[in-house]
Design a protein around this ligand. Structure first.
Ligand code: CA
Ligand code: CA
Length: 559
């Protein structure tokens, strides 16, 4: 009996992974955390990772000021020492970025706490690292809250995350570069398009930002350390005030933008941030894990998932490599960790492969618009197909008949969507794409152009169809209500709609129908063409279809 108890206990301990890191061993955000590898060892507090065109990475070492070139499976190679670095507490050599046009210009960008007492941004070339060009200086520094992440945005501008330098009043002071996210040109100048004239400030009210990332749609996100209570992930918008020091975490003050995620400082203390596969990855120092944060189509956050919890200690840097792997840097030698002999390490997590659905749905059919009024239109499209299953559609809208970019107008779980809040007498373009459960996106559909009716013009009319009854081989559409939404009488109307393939009209009343291909043109009968302003009339029809076919006509449009 006792032997059985001991055996059971032993099996339980083995099942809980006694003595091995409690990796969650699962695929999250397109990466297989169960197959994480230690790729580089022997670094000292690597703060940032930036990739060169040859696939290697540069790692900044906070306390030594060294720039190390790292490759998986190889010893780090020192390629530069940034001169003038003063490291104490959280300060030192921090952010690192490689020029987007590195192959042509060779620029490496670094952000560090200097022996002059400020935080500053410089650039240099690895062929002559001692020759620094100072691009921006005078950012207040302290032994804590130095921010330090730098990154090129999708707009080619250089973004710099700063901390409040242990003076919380800096965060709300638009004349101080501390407690901000700054946006500048690659030479440190003030670019056009910044929210405050003549200023590099892009957003403010920050306590200590050490992570920057952009999603596939170009939306910007940042991690931020809370004081005692709430760490944050914020979606960053130009001119946004993120609340510090009045507000930490989520507040009801409408002057401040709330985070999309909050964590306790114990479970996070998030530094680096990366994006891939619809997911943000935040490297947590005190939390000793990487948080995977799925993004919703509107740029909000789903439920964060912790990975590698406790497996490698404190995590600082995170980046998606050109090899498609997720790279992470430990920070166990920063004075707050418990280093092992190999520390600090670069961990790499491979992209998920087998068993993961990577096949996107097919493109939806060309949408058709119906029931367009001064403010709304209803889109209907043919369904996408997918190897696993379509979970929904994104409706994308662009202003005007041409030009302008598509942004998401909404989502739909079905093959129809009504867009409202439109402007009268205005042209819009729409496209639709499908999603599956793995987050794969289909190609977009063709573009349909819709012009809303002008309030007060004579011509508007709408057609609204009701299915009276249907059975496996046919249906009755009754009534189709034709309404004169204009301001003057009309003497006739024409309704067009799409008849699914294989369907045949078998009867109609109060209307004259002609069928051409898949398009039915319904014109008023002799007795119901005249409609005064605001009046309506009805017609109906019956059709057959193949047994088991559940489709119905769609896209009713009245002219
Ligand atoms: Ca905040
Ligand atoms: Ca799929």
């Amino acid at each position: 009996m006792r032997a059985r108890v001991i055996l059971t206990l032993l099996v339980s301990l083995l099942a809980f992974g006694l003595g091995v890191p409690p990796a969650q061993a699962q695929v999250v955000g397109g990466f297989d955390f169960g197959r994480a590898e230690v790729s580089v060892t022997g670094l000292q507090v690597p703060w940032a990772l930036a990739f060169l065109p040859d696939g290697s990475a540069l790692a900044s070492e906070r306390n030594t000021g060294r720039v190390m070139q790292v490759r998986p499976g190889q010893a780090p190679v020192q390629v530069a020492t940034v001169s003038g670095v003063s490291a104490s507490g959280e300060s030192g050599l921090l952010g690192l970025a490689v020029s987007p046009s590195y192959a042509q210009d060779g620029w490496v960008y670094a952000y560090f706490t200097s022996t002059s007492g400020d935080n500053r941004l410089v650039r240099f070339q690895l062929s002559a690292p001692q020759t620094q060009t100072v691009l921006f200086s005078g950012v207040p520094s302290a032994t804590i809250h130095d921010g330090g992440r730098i990154a090129f945005g999708p707009d080619g501008m250089l973004y710099v995350a700063t901390g409040d330098a242990n003076n919380s009043a800096n965060a709300q002071n638009l004349n101080s570069p501390a407690g901000k996210i700054l946006r500048m040109t690659p030479t440190g100048g003030v670019p056009s398009g910044n929210p405050f004239a003549g200023s590099r400030v892009w957003s403010y009210g920050h306590r200590n930002v050490q992570g920057l990332a952009w999603d596939a749609q170009g939306r910007m996100y940042a991690t931020e350390f809370g004081q005692n209570t709430w760490d944050e992930v914020n979606q960053i918008v130009a001119g946004g005030n993120y609340g510090w020091p009045t507000c930490e975490g989520t507040c009801s003050n409408t002057s401040f933008r709330n985070p999309i995620v909050t964590w306790t400082t114990a479970e996070a203390s998030p530094s680096g941030l990366a994006y891939a596969n619809g997911t943000l990855f935040a490297a947590a120092l005190r939390g000793q894990r990487v948080w995977a944060v799925p993004l919703t189509s509107s740029g909000g956050a789903g439920t964060p998932v912790p990975e590698l919890q406790g497996a490698y200690g404190r995590l600082r840097a995170v980046a998606v490599g050109p090899d498609g792997w997720l790279w992470l840097g430990t920070s166990n030698r920063d004075g707050r960790g418990t280093p092992v002999a190999q520390d600090d390490r670069i961990i790499r997590v491979p992209p998920a492969t087998s068993g993961t659905d990577t096949a996107p749905p097919t493109a939806p059919g060309l949408p058709s618009a119906s029931g367009t009024t001064t403010a709304t239109t209803t889109l209907t499209w043919a369904a996408s197909t997918d190897n696993v299953g379509v979970t929904g559609y994104d409706i994308l809208r662009a202003p005007g008949a041409s030009g302008g970019s598509f942004t998401q107008a909404g989502t739909s779980a079905t093959t129809t969507f009504t867009d409202s809040g439109l402007s009268a007498g205005t042209t819009y373009r729409y496209q639709v794409r499908a999603r599956d459960a793995a987050g794969n996106l289909s190609p977009v559909s063709g573009t349909v152009t819709v012009t809303t009716t002008t309030g007060g013009t004579p011509g508007g009319c709408t057609a609204t169809a009701t299915t009276q009854t249907q059975w496996s081989t046919g249906y009755v559409i009754q009534p189709v209500t034709v309404a004169n939404t204009g301001t003057s009488a009309r003497n006739g109307w024409t309704v067009t709609f799409a008849l699914p393939a294989g369907h045949a009209i078998t009867g109609s009343w109060n209307v004259v129908l002609t069928v051409s291909g898949g398009t039915v043109t319904a014109r008023n009968a002799a007795h119901n063409g005249a409609l005064g302003a605001g009046q309506s009339t009805t017609f109906g029809f019956q059709a057959s279809r193949a047994g088991g076919n559940t489709q119905l006509p769609s896209g009713y449009d009245c002219t």
